[in-house]
Design a protein around this ligand. Sequence first.
Ligand code: ADP
Ligand code: MG
Length: 449
Amino acid sequence: EELSEEQPISPQAEAHVTLRRVEISQIALEYIRRGTRPSVSDSTWDRGPWSDDPDESGLQQVREENKRIIENYNSERIMRKKYYNMVEDMKGKIRVFCRIRPMNRVETSNGSKSVVDCLDEYSVTVETPRGLKEFQFDKVFGRGSSQEEVFRDTSRLIQSAIDGFNICIFAYGQTGSGKTFTMVGDKDLKNPGIIPRTFRKIFDLIQENTSKFDFKVSAYMLELYNDRLLDLFVSPAEAFNRKIEIKKDKKGLVFAQGAETMGAGTAEELFALFEQGCANRHIAATKMNLESSRSHLIIGIIIESTNLTNGSMSYGKLSLVDLAGSERAAKTGAKDDQLKEANSINKSLSALGDVIFALSSEQVYVPYRNNKLTQVMQDSLGGNAKTLMFVNISPSDCNSEETLTSLAYATRVKAITNNAQKNQESKEIAHLKEIITKLKSGQSMEEDA
Ligand code: ADP
Ligand code: MG
């Protein structure tokens, strides 16, 4: 009666099976370490004369194990990157997505060669005179990737903004590499990018939670042009007379003092505000495509939510940034006004580079104050934010130098750790604040009386 019905496998046999499994994954890992692939030839034995043999022949076992080594190898390579990325994410690492744009008509017609390839969803390679260079990112989108696909991996962050986190999504890369296409979309918005999709997603998520939360959405929109922050929600003439200052609140959250903040009740309203803002941007009549990259665009969306059950409040901020081109002024052949613009862009991007360098090499002093761009992005880089950077690259051989520079830059950004925390306060604190506000206004009324 002491014996159970099921005959347990002997501990020795069990240990043997486990050991063998470990050995198989060890062999697969060894292949990964050596950078070689296990041979697939043995798996063609699948339909061999032994396949119906009910007994475990030694040969069949070898065959099975070989197949498993290959399977392990493939899944392990992908899994490793996936888990690595997840751990990095949990540690607060800035996520970096790389997007390769397709070859354009000019490049195809002048016989340019594509030197960029996407090995798997995490790796990108560039052919250089010094050999093939490989870079790893949290995700790599090949030239065939759609706007939907790119947004699918981004939209998780929008939920976080609604949950009260500070989120930043920005695009970096040389002019013409696809930053605006990724962030905004194409000219007639047949292929809308992250910004318009985000507007829709915010209100979809709000709609889903409207029975539990009360939401308030507002936005500001700025342009950083020739070292000046300009409010895009007012006319250019008025914007020129306004002073916008970047300040930090007690929690280190950046806000733009003096900028107009407009409320929006629907995705359409938010989009209309965005279009109004775009119309106020510095875009010269000539060379539309180049000109749109003459300034940095910054959109801030603030989502306040009140939990209807317990009264707790949260405050999320979503910053969407379309940076100006990263290439050097010399290459664009700019002069006069354009040269001034290019110099100012170079100055801000090199300040951004200095901040990224200081953060990624864990220096004590981070030179945020050197430029308005780095001040605006202070809470998104090394601060209290979940940040996603897109590095946009061209596939063409004529751009390979800029591509390598951008990828090296993006690799540095990947090493930066942020510390994202919810901007939330309990019902009690919210209530206390309310009382204090009431008391203050009461006092002033008495004083007035
Ligand atoms: P940037 O903002 O980096 O200067 P753009 O986003 O304006 O570059 O892209 C330059 C041109 O290439 C535009 O005409 C744009 O529509 C096109 N383009 C960029 N990326 C893609 C893409 N992934 N698919 C199709 N067209 C693209
Ligand atoms: Mg652009």
